[in-house]
Design a protein around this ligand. Structure first.
Ligand SMILES: [Zn+2]
Ligand SMILES: [Zn+2]
Length: 127
């Protein structure tokens, strides 16, 4: 990456790589402080912005009034539990079937889409 590699920046990136679901700035700040990296909101947002502009992470928004961040990986979608807030990744492969259908039937080339599923996770279903 053609980014200056500050300790905070690489710690943020490592944290995102290790997180199994998208995290918000608050969780990132907590993590950095647990690593004794003195930081604040402005620094974290500046770093997230730089990583985002360099295509190293993705920003997602689930109607919470804030962004969540995850490192760039294969195209996928999210399952969001409306009860406990758990977020899971699911593969996005079957969406290409729909996109091909749209191309054939509507002559429309889909360049991107955004799709989230809201419901109850395995845990909450059984309670
Ligand atoms: Zn749940
Ligand atoms: Zn994800």
């Amino acid at each position: 990456m053609n980014l200056k590699n500050t300790p905070a920046r690489s710690a943020i990136y490592d944290f995102l790589v290790r997180s199994s679901s998208p995290v918000d700035a608050g969780q990132i700040i907590k993590f950095l402080r647990s690593k004794n990296l003195n930081t604040n909101k402005v620094t974290v947002y500046r770093n997230l912005d730089a990583l985002f502009k360099n295509g190293l992470l993705e920003r997602v928004e689930f109607g919470e009034g804030k962004f969540r961040y995850e490192f760039k990986k294969n195209h996928h979608h999210h399952l969001i539990c409306t009860n406990c807030g758990k977020i899971e990744d699911i593969s996005g492969e079957y969406l290409t079937v729909i996109e091909n259908k749209i191309r054939k039937e509507n002559g429309f080339i889909v360049k991107s889409h955004s799709l989230e599923f809201y419901g109850l996770c395995r845990n909450c279903r059984n309670n």
